[in-house]
Design a protein around this ligand. Sequence first.
Ligand SMILES: [Zn+2]
Length: 340
Amino acid sequence: MKHIVRLEEFRKQALKELQEAFQADSLEQWRILYLGSHGEVKALMQQLKDLPPADKPAFGKRANEIKQELTAAFKQRKEEVGEGRPGKKQVVDMTLPGTPVPIGHRHLITQTIEEIAEIFGRMGFNVAYGPEVEDEWHIFDALNMPAAHPARDPLDSFYITDSVILRSETSNVQIRVMESQAPPVRIISPGRVYRPDTVDATHSFMFHQVEGLYVDEGVSMVDLKTCLDQFCKAYFGPTVATRFRPHFFPFTEPSAEVDISCHLCPGDREDCPVCKGSGWIELGGCGMVDPNVLEAVGYDTEKYTGYAFGFGIERMVMRKYNIPDIRLLFENDVRFLRQF
Ligand SMILES: [Zn+2]
C-alpha cells in the first residue's frame, strides 16, 4: 500500500507544478522533467520491477493512469498558456512584477494641518471641526460682536442670507465646543474660511486657518505666550523667536498679534522680500478670551479664564517653504505639488 500512497503524492506534486507553469518555456521544462524520455514518469515505471509481486498489478495500473492523466493535463495546460502566441488564450503570470500606478500624495496644506495638529496634540490639544456655513450667533453674537459691530459689514463676510454666513474664521467651532462641554476645554480647530478679498500673491477669498482655545481655572497670558512660543519653535525650527504686540480683537481682552523672526535677515535689510527690513513677520492674533464670550456659552467667569489664538495656515506654509505666491497652493499644478 505504501507504494500506492507514494504514487498519489507524486501525482499531486506533478499537477501542482504544472499549474505553476505560466509560460511556454516553464511548461517545456515541466514536460522534460515529468514526461521526458529520462523523466520522472519513466523512472516510476522502472520501479515496478523492484516491487514485491503482490504489489505489482495495482502499482502498474495506477502508474499508467497517472501517466495518461499527466499527459492530458499537459496538453490542456499548453493550450491555456498558448505558447505566448497572440490569439491564443493567455494565462496571467502572477509572479511577474506589476506596473506601478502613480497614487499621488496629500496636499501640502493637508500635510501642514496634520503637522500642526500633531504638535498641539503633544501639548494636550484635541482637534475639533465645525460647519463652514454658520448662523450669526456662532460667528458674531457669541464672539462679542453685537449687531452694530463693524466686523459684521457685508463687505467683510460672505452672506448667504441676512443671518447665514460663510464663516470668515473658525471661531464658530470654539463656541460650538464650549456650548457642548464644560471646562476644561483645550482644542484647536483647523479649517477653511472665506473672505471677500481680491485674489493676489498674499490674499485669497478662501484660505485655511487654525485656531486654538484653552479654558480652565487659572489660565493666564503667560500660558498663552509659552504655548505659542513652543509651537513656533516646533514648527519653524528652534532658532525662531516670537514677539507679542498689543492689538485689539472683539473676542479677546487683552489681545496681541504674534510675530515670528525673519528667516532671511536679522532685520537689517530694507530690501528683504519677507520682512521688509523689520526682522519680524506677522503670524496671527491671540489673547485672553473676553469674559463676554465665556458668559455667552454659560461658563462661570469668576472661576474660569482662557486664551485663544488664530493663524493663517497658508501664511505659515509660505513662510516655512519660501513660497512667494498663495495662488500656487490652489492652482493644483502637480509640478509644484510634487515637491512636497
Ligand atoms: Zn527679513
